[in-house]
Design a protein around this ligand. Structure first.
Ligand SMILES: [Zn+2]
Length: 477
């Protein structure tokens, strides 16, 4: 079934062929496609009209003529072809418009589900079918103040809400699956359980996916192939839809298929957890003020799990990890019968491959401990857990959290604070920062940003705004 990007492609392609052309004759092979007005009146009105523009609303094509707008819905299989002669007309061409250049604009529909309606120019909203549609996914009206209340009052799965054309028009099955994957939300999560920051993520993801799909001409999979020789290329960008059994690009788990609200639904069970606890990952950079924000959560009785502490503890206590590290990095990392963190740090500091090896050894152990702590919080019926993971993004651990909170400072401030904190000069401070992904790139990957360039009070105020949002979502007390 053609979705918004495919219809957009049809629209843009057709423009080249029919704008400025007038209709000289209408040949009817199966006139039930015409829904309004009566067939005779439709033909009478449209003869001698010239195409001035083609627009789109959701999945509807709107052909503007001198005095009228023809509203066309392709449904399952509808396509427009330009035929050079009547000999090219096939048995599935149902409504054929003869143009003043001798060519034919032909509506082709194997399943005959498509519809055509003719209204006065630009009055498409007088049709019930259009007036009941929600806002368009790629319009500015599709924003969090519109969507959040609608989602929050709903007991339906988020997948069904996002597919509901009365709420948002232009998202079909393919793009909803991809949107939920990008927003890391399980398709069966009920609307009322989704939090404000996830709604923000949903909107951002949907818009990004639709923008990309439009730019690639839509998706050509077995269910729909555009006419006029234009094939979409978005099928190469799919992350979950139709990819049952393949590995997830973010976490290595396997994509599965299920049914939600009667629709085939694809998702990654690890990236899109079906869970009762929301996991917020705090990240930042050296001396961006991450631990200060973490302690604000702690002060409000939120469980904060510190991956650095877990790492330190594991270095002391985990025999398996101990042995793995010694066999990789040698005995020089031992001091007083324990692994010396700074010796280990020195070895990997300027060596990407060694750092990678270190991560490969330590991460599975750290993740295990993180999972244990999260489960403990769940047992205590906590609904929010904060993970303090300094290298969340560097280590590609985004899949582990639902929402990324970045504590941001600009570079000048960061260097200044680091010099003060560690009593070092500017050059050393700069070299310490160099090994991390810069904060500007992290900004793009984050869902909530706390700007920590100002005073402590200013940071605390931003924290309270976030806390209040989570409270109205029922996540914290
Ligand atoms: Zn995944």
């Amino acid at each position: 079934m053609p979705e918004l990007p495919e219809v957009e492609t049809v629209k843009e392609t057709l423009k080249n062929f029919i704008i400025g052309r007038s209709i000289k004759e209408v040949i009817l092979k199966y006139d039930k496609i015409i829904k309004y007005p009566k067939v005779d009146e439709f033909v009478l009105k449209i003869i001698n009209q010239t195409f001035t523009d083609i627009r789109r609303y959701g999945k509807y094509l709107l052909f503007d003529l001198d005095d009228f707008t023809m509203v066309s819905h392709l449904r399952m299989e509808g396509k427009y072809y330009i035929r050079n002669s009547l000999q090219e007309i096939t048995k599935h061409d149902h409504i054929i418009f003869k143009l003043d250049n001798g060519k034919y604009l032909s509506y082709h529909d194997v399943r005959k589900f498509g519809t055509m309606e003719l209204v006065d120019r630009h009055l498409e909203k007088s049709l019930k079918s259009i007036s009941v549609l929600g806002v368009e996914v790629n319009s500015t009206e599709f924003n969090v103040s519109y969507l959040y209340p609608l989602i929050k009052k709903s007991n339906r799965p988020i997948k069904s809400i996002m597919l509901d054309q009365h709420i948002v028009t232009g998202l079909g099955n393919i793009y909803v699956d991809e949107t939920l994957y990008m927003a890391k939300i399980h398709p069966r999560t009920l609307g009322k359980d989704i939090v404000y920051y996830q709604v923000e993520k949903l909107i951002k993801s949907a818009k990004e996916i639709i923008r990309k799909a439009i730019s690639l001409g839509g998706t050509t999979i077995r269910t729909y192939q555009s006419s006029l020789g234009v094939d979409g290329r978005f099928q190469n960008e799919l992350n979950v839809h139709t990819l049952t059994g393949q590995k997830c690009k973010d976490c290595d788990d396997t994509i599965v298929k299920t049914r939600v609200g009667g629709r085939g639904t694809y998702f990654c069970p690890t990236c899109q957890r079906e869970d009762t606890v929301l996991i917020v990952g705090i990240t930042g950079s050296i001396s961006s003020g991450k631990s200060m924000v973490a302690s604000l959560f702690r002060d409000n009785n939120i469980t904060v799990i510190d991956s650095d502490k877990i790492y330190k503890k594991l270095l002391k206590t985990d025999k398996i990890m101990y042995n793995e590290l010694i066999s990789e990095f040698g005995n020089t990392i031992i001091k007083n019968n324990m692994i010396d963190r700074s010796s280990l740090g020195n070895i990997v500091f300027n060596d990407y491959n060694k750092r990678k090896k270190l991560n490969e050894i330590t991460h599975p152990h750290i993740m295990n401990e993180l999972r244990k702590s999260i489960n403990e919080a769940k047992m205590n019926s906590e609904k929010l857990v904060v993970l303090d993971i300094p290298l969340l993004i560097e280590a590609n651990l985004q899949y582990f959290v639902d929402i990324i909170l970045l504590v941001y400072v600009n570079k000048t401030k960061q260097i200044e604070r680091l010099m003060n904190r560690d009593n070092i000069n500017e050059q050393i401070a700069k070299s310490k920062i160099k090994t991390q992904i810069d904060l500007e790139s992290k900004r793009k990957l984050s869902d909530i940003i706390i700007d920590n360039n100002g005073t402590k009070e200013e940071t605390a105020k931003q924290f309270m705004e976030i806390y209040d949002r989570l409270r109205s979502d029922g996540i914290v007390n």
